[in-house]
Ligand binder design. Structure first.
Ligand SMILES: [Ca+2]
Ligand SMILES: [Ca+2]
Length: 302
């Protein structure tokens, strides 16, 4: 997936988006795909589409492509759009993901298989108070937002403020990128954090860092179950945790992990028991004092 300028003199002109299906076996290109080519549709001024990202929907076997677009009369400065690209390269209709006041830019997208939903994040100028049409590099506030979508791309629930401006100076949180942890059911969302003084230029030097946050329920206990001797993860083991809270049951994933979210657990000793046929029962005590705990339980093969 890429920004494509084949129809214009250079990158300052309205952009289109192309992609390609690549053979996973030998790396050859099967088909080039015009995800959006306004020129081919006879509407060269139909929009400036940029920064495409894609997530593969493993259930529907199709690609969900998300991008930012501006220079469109129907859009307030800029907005985030998406469309499915089918496995054979054919296209489905374009979907509106978000168009709040001012710019929404630099999306990232993850498909969460267990939920059959997408999670999308982007950077957002809705809180900067500047009039429509103001250049992004004059903005005093670029924040990070996110939202859930169902597997048709329809937004679910409210937009979520992930990170916002600090202090009164310019503070930009740009280009969020994320990874999903299916054991803890949480996202790590990282961004380019820039502390620019007033009168900044878009590409001038400024103190900056990379920052990140976790989004999702905090953890109470993460357990990895391994085979004694080899240290190999034990997949599909049943685990039971008992102590000063309601008992919790889980099953380990292919990495041997399972996780219990923080809830109404009191401080004190908890007993972790793990079971799998072909193994002796694994046991471990955990002393919980309010902080997330992580333990390894060994199982002996029979
Ligand atoms: Ca275009
Ligand atoms: Ca907008």
């Amino acid at each position: 997936m890429w920004e494509d300028f084949r129809n214009v003199p250079d990158w300052l002109f309205p952009c289109d988006i192309y992609g390609a299906l690549i053979d996973a076996e030998d790396g050859t290109m099967i088909k080039e795909i015009a995800v959006i080519d306004d020129f081919a549709l006879g509407e060269p001024e139909a929009g400036d589409q940029r920064v495409p990202v894609a997530a593969y929907n493993t259930d529907k076997k199709k690609f969900f492509v998300v991008w930012e677009a501006d220079e469109m009369p129907s859009v307030d400065d800029s907005a985030i759009f998406a469309r499915y690209v089918n496995g054979d390269g054919t296209l489905e209709p374009i979907i509106d993901i978000v168009d709040a006041p001012r710019q929404q830019h630099w999306p990232d997208v993850v498909y969460v298989e267990e939920e059959q939903k997408f999670f999308v994040t982007w950077n957002d100028l809705r809180n900067d108070g500047l009039p429509k049409g103001s250049d992004w590099y004059t903005s005093p506030a670029i924040d990070v937002y996110a939202r859930w979508l169902d597997d048709t791309g329809t937004p679910i629930g409210e937009e979520i403020l992930i990170a916002e401006r600090e202090g009164t100076g310019e503070s930009w949180k740009q280009v969020p990128r994320m990874a999903y942890n299916p054991v803890e059911k949480r996202f790590l969302i990282a961004w380019y954090n820039r502390h620019a003084a007033g009168g900044d230029t878009p590409f001038g030097g400024a103190p900056s860092d990379v920052k990140a946050t976790l989004y999702g329920m905090p953890s109470f206990l993460s357990v990895q179950v391994v085979e004694q001797g080899t240290g190999n993860p034990v997949e599909g083991a049943w685990a039971m945790v008992m102590g000063p809270a309601l008992p919790a049951i889980g099953q380990t994933n292919m990495g041997g992990w399972f996780n219990i979210e923080k809830g109404f657990q009191f401080n004190g000793f908890y007993l972790v028991m793990v079971f799998k046929s072909g193994y002796g029962m694994g046991l471990e005590f955990v002393n919980y004092s309010g902080e997330p705990q992580e333990v390894t339980v060994s199982m002996v093969t029979r």
